[in-house]
Design a binder for this molecule. Structure first.
Ligand code: NAI
Ligand code: BGC
Length: 261
């Protein structure tokens, strides 16, 4: 438990499902005020809110498209209007689709860049404006991926977006460190969430992914939420500009396992 998170207000984007939902619940268990942003699918949000309240936190939901400037502004404003503050911003919303790069349409490229990179920028910018205005030494967490460093054929828009998130995180961390605002990233490996649902329904594909993970299993969203609360807490007070990899070792050249090479 991180007692300093109790009563803090956290905005989590794309939090109806998967990693965002687990983060929302975990902050609720830390007794934070949780603002759950969802996009098109509201399923599960009421249940998350109920669980957060049961755990002693507060929670509201706000619809909004994070790639839309007005929506990003309204989401931060709603946090302020409801809870009187906004201390932690978690830019988690993301999407991907598999297409060979030479067949990728401009429309698909733009969609992924707009949500994963521009959305994280808009969330970060609104959070920074708010924190500067109210002199809040808050922090921002951007959900990156192991694909901020691992190339991934057929997902060039996704890897480009996460590579962008990496440099955005480092630049904002440097720029706002003098204000006491920390900016960090989390890079999950393969996690059991809706983004992977179709792939993991196929036992062969699931096995192929599992072979890329030295720890030998697909991660659970709660294992990412555990990292998020630590990074957001005062326990990580001197940590800024990092990407924390929570990937079961996926980025450690798994094909060298057993001494190959
Ligand atoms: P997910 O598909 O359950 O979550 C993504 C969420 O983002 C969904 O709830 C979706 O509705 C929301 N979203 C999409 N477009 C949006 C928009 N324009 N505005 C607001 N929300 C929007 O999948 P997951 O895995 O929970 O993904 C969360 C983040 O974690 C993403 O950024 C993803 O790239 C990242 N990630 C996931 C990994 C995995 O293996 N599951 C590994 C590495 C990174
Ligand atoms: C992607 C997942 C993928 C994982 C490991 C994540 O960024 O969203 O679909 O399984 O990286 O490759």
């Amino acid at each position: 438990m991180y007692p300093d998170l109790a009563g803090k207000t956290v905005v989590i984007t794309g939090a109806a499902t998967g990693i965002g939902q687990a983060i929302a619940l975990r902050f609720g268990q830390e007794k934070a005020n949780v603002v759950i942003n969802y996009h098109s699918n509201h399923d599960g949000v009421e249940e998350t809110i109920a669980k957060i309240k049961e755990a002693g936190g507060q929670a509201i939901d706000v619809q909004g498209d994070m790639s839309n400037e007005e929506d990003a502004q309204r989401i931060v404003q709603t946090a302020h209007d409801t809870f009187g503050s906004m201390d932690i911003m978690i830019n988690n919303a993301g999407m991907e689709n598999e297409v060979p790069s030479h067949e990728l349409s401009l429309d698909d490229w733009n969609k992924v860049i707009n949500v994963n990179l521009t959305g994280a920028f808009l969330g970060s910018r609104e959070a920074l404006r708010y924190m500067l205005k109210h002199q809040i030494k808050g922090n921002i967490i951007n959900m990156s991926s192991v694909h901020e460093i691992i190339p991934w054929p057929h997902f060039v828009h996704y890897t480009a977006s996460k590579g962008g998130v990496k440099m955005m995180t480092q630049t904002l961390a440097m720029e706002y460190a003098p204000h006491g605002i920390r900016v960090n990233g989390i890079a999950p490996g393969a996690i059991n969430t809706p983004i992977n649902a179709e792939k993991f329904e196929d036992p062969e594909k699931k096995e192929a992914v599992t072979k890329l993970i030295p720890m030998g299993y697909i991660g659970e969203p709660e294992e990412i939420a555990a990292v998020a609360v630590w990074l957001a807490s005062s326990e990580a007070s001197y940590v800024t500009g990092i990407t924390l990899f929570a990937d079961g070792g996926m980025t450690k050249y798994p094909s060298f396992q057993g001494g190959n090479g």
